[in-house]
Write a protein that binds this ligand. Structure first.
Ligand SMILES: Nc1nc2c(ncn2[C@@H]2O[C@H](COP(=O)(O)OP(=O)(O)OP(=O)(O)O)[C@@H](O)[C@H]2O)c(=O)[nH]1
Ligand SMILES: [Mg+2]
Length: 440
């Protein structure tokens, strides 16, 4: 996410850190670089101007120049100002406290509305709520079907009325929801290539008929300043209550994310980060600011772990590790748990400092697959007691998994080394690696 911007900011701050003593001169130089980096990331120029002015105001003063680590101080100020720019605190969605609560989803063509509707339905279904997905896009013939397929894939109810106009469909959907104990009605509205009057009138009517608790605009982060302008128009015309930034997983440069709040004054509530229905995150200004500055995002990482990893299992595993009782069965289980959290390289980026340390390093997912294949070729007895794997067993495992004996040997060597390390850790022999450090 925003790699080019992150790289440039990190390079600037590295110079500052290396400078030892800071002067107004070198602060000004680095602010020029920050300004350039933001403009290149397609951040709105007025936003950049205000941003730099506020950082400079904070940075140039005795407090920073005389502090012990002036470079660090500047980074702290930029971090704080980025958080401010992104909206300071996370703004949650309207609570699901009525029967039904109504969320209306709107935006331009292809921005990700229908996908978001599916994501919201899945998110609330997991929270034991009953959503209803309403097809209010009658412009594109395939749109109704697309929503129906999504609804079926997550076993959520779907609502549509053939031959009716969107305001009526939505109105009837809310009435249906009232009678059928639906908690959340999600309205998937039509998109257009550009903001036009016809669309706005239709959306206004839908709004009037359904009195939504939340009107979400999906803004495609890949389109930079266009997304910001669209958000501004929607905010002024139909009073949206929140922005959802979509396609943040692609190579968006950051311009939309960093300008939208400041320009529209409308909070960003969610981040859509992939095509899968589970790829939806609450928008946290602080976490995004940290990611942009290469500080990682340990909070999101822990949350991902909590959603996907059973805590009791994790603690049991830690105990096993420290008693050096863990075997290849446990190893497989760990691999499975970690894989549930997502691709390894995107997880690594959330670890503070890892982004930089791993620059250019391609995480070898294939290597991991190879290890798993080798372990799967072992018998249960062999997995539980790897010491019994002798020459002929190694040969069998190698052939069974399509690898060389050398690869099997290497895995065993790594395994025994790991076991020894954990054994020592359990006995407290490894300094600086306290017991409990493995716990999430
Ligand atoms: N990478 C990525 N792709 C996304 C994301 N959200 C949606 N998409 C993709 O973008 C394309 C358009 O998404 P839709 O949800 O159909 O967009 P829409 O706004 O409903 O489009 P219309 O109904 O035609 O106006 C699809 O191929 C989605 O898979 C996202 O967060 N990341
Ligand atoms: Mg759609």
């Amino acid at each position: 996410m925003f790699d080019a911007l992150s790289d440039k900011l990190e390079a600037t701050f590295k110079k500052l850190r290396g400078a030892g003593k800071l002067s107004e001169g070198n602060i000004k130089d680095s602010m020029r670089e920050v300004r350039q980096a933001l403009l290149e990331a397609d951040v709105n120029f007025k936003v950049v101007k205000r941003f730099i002015a506020s950082v400079q105001e904070e940075a140039i003063g005795d407090k920073v120049l005389k502090s012990i680590e002036p470079g660090q101080q500047i980074i702290k100020i930029v971090h704080e100002q980025l958080i401010k720019l992104l909206g300071e605190t996370a703004v949650p969605l309207a609570p699901i406290d009525k029967s039904p609560t109504v969320y209306m989803v709107c935006g331009l063509q292809g921005s990700g509305k229908t996908t978001l509707c599916g994501k919201l339905a899945l998110m609330y279904k997991r929270k034991k709520k009953k959503p209803l997905l309403v097809a209010a896009d009658i412009n594109r013939p395939a749109a109704v079907k697309q929503l129906k397929v999504l609804a079926d894939s997550i076993q959520v109810e779907h609502f549509f009325l053939e031959g009716k106009q969107p305001p009526e469909i939505c109105h009837e959907a809310v009435k249906y929801a009232e009678k059928n104990f639906i908690d959340l009605v999600i309205l998937d509205t039509a998109g257009r290539l550009h903001v036009d009057d016809e669309l706005m009138v239709e959306l206004e009517q839908v709004k009037k008929k359904t009195e939504p608790d939340e009107v979400l605009l999906v803004a495609d982060a890949m389109t930079g300043q266009d997304a910001v302008n669209v958000a501004k128009e929607f905010y002024e015309r139909i009073d949206i209550t929140g922005v959802v930034l979509s396609k943040l997983d692609g190579d968006a440069r950051g311009g939309a994310a960093l300008s939208i709040r400041e320009v529209t004054k409308c909070p960003i509530k969610l981040a859509s980060v992939g095509e899968k229905l589970s790829d939806l995150e609450p928008f946290h200004p602080e976490r995004l600011a940290s990611r942009i500055l290469g500080m990682g995002d340990i909070v999101s990482l822990v949350e991902k772990a909590q959603e996907n990893i059973n805590e009791a299992e994790a603690i049991k595993m830690q105990e096993k590790l420290l008693k050096a009782q863990f075997d290849f069965e446990d190893f497989l289980e760990q691999m499975k748990q970690i894989k549930k959290m997502g691709p390894l390289d995107s997880l690594m980026k959330m670890i503070p400092g890892a982004g930089k340390a791993l620059k250019g390093v391609k995480i070898d997912e294939k290597g991991v697959e190879r290890m798993v294949a080798i372990i799967k070729s072992m018998t249960i007895q062999e997995r539980r007691n790897p010491l019994m794997i002798d020459g002929s067993r190694k040969k069998r495992i190698a052939v069974g998994s399509g690898n060389s004996v050398q690869a099997v040997n290497q895995l065993l060597k790594q395994f025994f080394a790991m076991q020894k390390m954990f054994h020592n850790m359990g006995k407290g022999k490894l300094k600086g690696f306290p017991r409990g450090a493995m716990r999430f």
